[in-house]
Design a protein around this ligand. Structure first.
Ligand code: FES
Length: 257
């Protein structure tokens, strides 16, 4: 897929809570084609400690408004600077990078489970919308520590069914995503997961036990995003591969998990 280096204009930065922001960006020309699960590399200007671009997943592409949305956890110098962006500022972005989630199915009426935890929910919104457009029912299973940590529920609910687990039981079923009752009630053509590695490993194991195909979006450390610096290497059944180029989405059968 062709890559672009664009100066996108900030439409708005919405502060979702004290940690997360939703950054909406646009361009005068139509935004390039992007697949759910792909990511962008953002150049962070005005941060003395951030020399490398920040890899951020594509949260949503609003074609009607010609907007790219990024859901960002402002936890480091670079991402904190991104959270301070102002309407009208230009942001230099390399996109789209990597591969994407499976968004097609062989059989009509298929259902696809999208499992997310923490900021790992970010790529699932666009994935859900594209699945739905392709005639596949997206079902979201979102996990968080507590109700206050759940992000963008209204937007997910506008796309498909949403199931929730919280570790403290303040919303949805109490426990981890792998404890949710939906695993015993429904079968899915594919399970796609993004979140902390222990969560992805647990979901991969459970999907295998249930006989459901599963793919995960790896969040290895990244710098160049183009397969040049080798800092994102993952040991797979095919040897070492660059997550930024051959991933970030991998079928679990390819991983040594
Ligand atoms: Fe540089 Fe993957 S981030 S090779």
């Amino acid at each position: 897929m062709k890559k672009y280096l664009l100066d996108l204009r900030v439409v708005a930065v919405e502060h979702i809570n004290e940690k997360y922001v939703l950054i909406r960006l646009t361009d005068d020309k139509p935004l390039p084609e992007m697949m759910p699960g792909q990511f962008v590399e953002v150049r962070v200007d005005g941060s003395e400690k951030t020399f490398l671009r920040r890899p951020i997943s594509i949260h949503y592409v609003n074609r009607n408004a010609n907007e790219l949305w990024l859901l960002v956890a402002a936890i480091g110098d670079g991402t904190r600077r991104m959270a301070q962006l102002k309407e009208g500022e230009l942001v230099n972005i390399l996109l789209p990078l990597g591969n994407g989630f499976t968004v097609t199915a062989d059989n009509a009426g298929a259902k696809h489970l999208l499992v997310g935890g923490g900021v790992g929910v970010a790529p699932l919104l666009y994935a859900g919308e594209v699945l739905k457009a392709n005639g596949i029912e997206p079902v979201f299973l979102l996990g968080a520590r507590s109700a206050k940590d759940l992000l963008e529920l209204d937007k997910f609910r506008a796309v498909g069914r949403v199931y929730i687990t919280t570790e403290d039981g303040t919303e949805g079923e109490k426990g981890f995503v792998t404890n949710h009752s939906i695993w015993g009630e429904e079968t899915f053509q594919m399970v796609s997961v993004c979140g902390p590695k222990p969560m992805m490993v647990a979901v991969a194991k459970l999907s295998r036990e249930k006989g459901m195909p599963c793919e995960v979006s790896l969040e290895n450390m990244m710098a160049c995003g183009l397969g040049a610096c080798l800092c994102c290497v993952e040991d797979t059944k095919d040897g070492n591969v660059c997550v930024c180029k051959e991933g970030p989405v991998f079928n679990i059968d390819r991983l040594n998990w």
